[in-house]
Design a protein around this ligand. Structure first.
Ligand SMILES: [Zn+2]
Length: 238
């Protein structure tokens, strides 16, 4: 065997190893495990999203609107904590059976590993003037006579100019997660994330012992979760 043969083998080994680590990297980013592109201190965002938000915040300020992010990137462990806590509460305190508990949780919360907040491209926004307000993420507060009506009006008119789209809109025909008037997605990056996510093995991602109730994630449930909860979103984000 000659040197060329060995060099060719070596070349393919390096390439396949690169692809392997690239795939792992993407999976880590999608599941909120590790993301080298996050910036910020307490509020962390994917870097392009971070700069786009900064621009939008500045423009809003000129119009007398003070935007405040209350939730941005959320890691896998945090989502697991939220999920497991809700599962415990719904099954023991409210005596729901596991399937009912899961149905209840997924009205607003995602299964760990599937949250768009993992990607660093999603933000929940309120009005900075009401920073002290409790339970800020309630639809009624963003409606007429609500304290966040003003910022909601501004965002309706302007957010898309900066790349931010409402993810779970108020289309009555939409299934999946309930309308979240506060939740925006930075489309230029999140659309890429979604297409990567759709290439991953959802079943493998969520059927984990550490996730309470995961033994009830049947194939039918997973199919429904994917078509309604992951894909029935604002069409501009697909
Ligand atoms: Zn959100």
């Amino acid at each position: 065997m000659n040197l060329n043969f060995y060099l060719t083998i070596l070349f393919f080994l390096i390439i396949s190893n690169f692809n392997f680590s690239q795939t792992n990297m993407n999976l880590n980013i999608l599941q909120g495990i590790k993301n080298p592109d996050l910036i910020g201190d307490t509020i962390k965002l994917e870097k392009n999203t971070y700069y786009a938000f900064k621009k939008m915040k500045k423009a809003a300020k000129k119009d007398g609107i003070k935007l405040k992010i209350v939730s941005a990137h959320r890691g896998y462990d945090r989502q697991k904590f939220i999920w497991n806590k809700k599962f415990e509460k719904f099954t023991s305190e409210y005596s729901l059976n596991p399937v009912q508990a899961i149905e209840e949780i997924i009205k607003y919360s995602t299964i760990p590993g599937t949250s768009r907040h993992h990607w660093g491209t999603e933000i929940d926004i309120i009005d900075e003037n009401y920073s002290e307000e409790k339970n800020v993420l309630m639809s009624s507060k963003f409606q007429k006579d609500g304290i966040f009506y003003n910022i909601k009006q501004w965002l309706n008119l302007n957010s898309e100019k900066f790349g931010f789209y409402i993810t779970y809109n108020d289309n009555p025909k939409r299934k999946g997660f309930k309308h979240e008037p506060w939740h925006f997605s930075y489309a230029p990056v999140s659309k890429k994330m979604l297409s990567l996510f759709l290439k991953s093995d959802l079943k493998k991602l969520i059927q984990k012992n550490e996730i309470n109730g995961s033994e009830y994630f049947t194939d039918d449930f997973i199919e429904k979760y994917k078509s309604e909860y992951i894909l029935d979103i604002n069409p501009y984000l697909k």
